[in-house]
Design a protein around this ligand. Structure first.
Ligand code: TRP
Length: 428
């Protein structure tokens, strides 16, 4: 079982990253029978950040944070994306099979287009091709190592689905090279509230830096927004961000005791002091390691280079196979005649619409080899058919729904239909 995830190097690690990603990932990396791949997604950082010093600083801080928190580079694959030239190379191979329509539907890109449209701008104003290609680069990260599970936040689930679609399309055209990955959403990991009570996030500017010096940590915690209940007044534990933060660091017994203290009217000052003490108890030894690491960046650099070697030992043989598979081949090899029978790139599943002598409108779905998959019943207008086909292409209508309007050809089962539909969707 391979688990893989990337961390974009665009900021400073905060408590939310620690509780939501770093701590559970390191715990998972100790499980037996698991191979863990964690990497610094610095190519992805370039999509958002045009400040070279910040990308470099963030790479250092995130690498140091993971190592300080106990990631064991002997046990896992820990590397920097830009040290793996196979990743951009695979990105191109995947770009050539990724449907542009599929990428048009990516949430981040669509949101940017919607903002532009709302402001009366050109739909693509200010949008880089990098943002548009983000899902393909991410698919390359994942497929290159044949990861089974990808732990991500909810906002990233669509990207994993796209990696599956793009991988499936490549497999279909060139043979089964890729494992199709699945998103693993950490349901039980709490999202931490930030200083203002909203989700802790860099974009809200409400974070507590994971390795803020002790005095600063104390000051930040003192500044957490609370209600104005006085000491002695009972307080609602579950509605309090102080309590939620405490819970993320405390044992079950400590949490129960704090819940009781809230009911008994603990003052906010005391509650924050206890929160600080609890967080600091967990982080102090890690902070010490972090500071030692940051003071010697070349040691981290060496770890990352070593990690890259380990990762490339897997990536480069796979890429050699992929080059061969797509036809990027040495000319001394036996050269096959160009017109080999079999699939050419123009053969895709397709919908055909037509009108019969009865005056009604029909559609059929043909497989990539031209075989009939589905034959529709008659429709009064071609518009209805157009709408159905558009929905099928966008993924809004699945095989089962399509079967309400059409009959499968002999020997065609729902799995074949679903595969053809996926392919149409990937094509966009
Ligand atoms: N896009 C991810 C994020 O912003 C980071 C990332 C890049 C990633 N490549 C990945 C995550 C591959 C998982 C797998 O969180």
């Amino acid at each position: 079982m391979r688990i893989l995830t990337g961390i974009t190097t665009s900021g400073t690690p905060h408590l939310g990253n620690y509780v939501g990603a770093i701590r559970p990932a390191i715990a998972a990396s100790h499980a037996a029978g698991v191979e863990s791949f964690y990497f610094l997604a610095d190519y992805h950082a370039l999509i958002k950040v045009a400040e070279p010093a910040r990308v470099q600083r963030s790479t250092l801080e995130i690498a140091a944070a993971w190592l300080a928190c106990g990631l064991d580079p002997q046990r896992v694959w820990f590397y920097r994306q830009s040290d793996i030239p196979e990743i951009p190379e695979l990105t191109w191979l995947l770009t050539c099979v990724a449907g542009k329509g599929l990428l048009n539907r990516a949430h981040a890109y669509k949101a940017a287009v919607d903002r532009n449209t709302a402001e009366g701008d050109d739909p693509d104003a200010g949008i880089t091709a990098g943002l548009f290609m983000y899902p393909v680069l991410m698919a390359a990260d994942i497929l290159l190592f044949n990861a089974h599970k990808v732990p991500v936040g909810r906002d990233q689930v669509q990207h994993i689905e796209m990696a599956r679609d793009i991988g499936a399309r490549f497999n279909h055209l060139y043979g089964g090279h890729f494992t199709l990955p699945e998103a693993a959403i950490e349901e039980h990991v709490a999202t931490l509230p930030g200083l203002d009570g909203r989700k802790m996030s860099k974009s809200y500017d409400n974070t507590i830096a994971l390795f803020a010096p002790r005095a600063e940590l104390k000051k930040l915690i003192a500044g957490i927004v609370t209600d104005s209940r006085a000491p002695g007044e009972a307080k609602d534990a579950d509605g309090s961000n102080v309590f939620q933060l405490y819970q993320a660091f405390a044992s079950a017994e400590e949490t129960a005791a704090m819940r009781q203290a809230f009911a008994d009217g603990i003052g906010w000052g005391d509650a924050k002091q206890k929160l600080f003490a609890r967080i600091d108890a967990e982080l102090a030894p890690l902070r010490e390691r972090y500071e030692a690491l940051i003071a010697h960046p070349m040691r981290i650099e060496e770890q990352l280079r070593h990690g890259a070697e380990k990762a490339r030992a897997i990536a480069s043989p796979l890429l050699a196979k992929l080059r061969e598979a797509v036809g990027l081949r040495a000319l001394d090899a036996r050269i096959a005649p160009a017109a080999t029978p079999g699939k050419t790139r123009t053969e895709r599943p397709q919908f055909k619409q037509y009108r019969e002598a009865d005056g009604r409108f029909y559609f059929k779905l043909l497989a990539d080899d031209g075989r009939l998959l589905l034959q529709s019943s008659g429709f009064a207008s071609p518009k209805e058919i157009g709408a159905l086909i558009a929905q099928a292409r966008s993924g809004a209508l699945d095989a089962a729904a399509l079967l309400q309007h059409a009959t499968p050809a002999d020997g065609v089962d729902p799995v074949m239909l679903a595969a053809a539909l996926r392919e149409l969707q990937a094509e966009g």
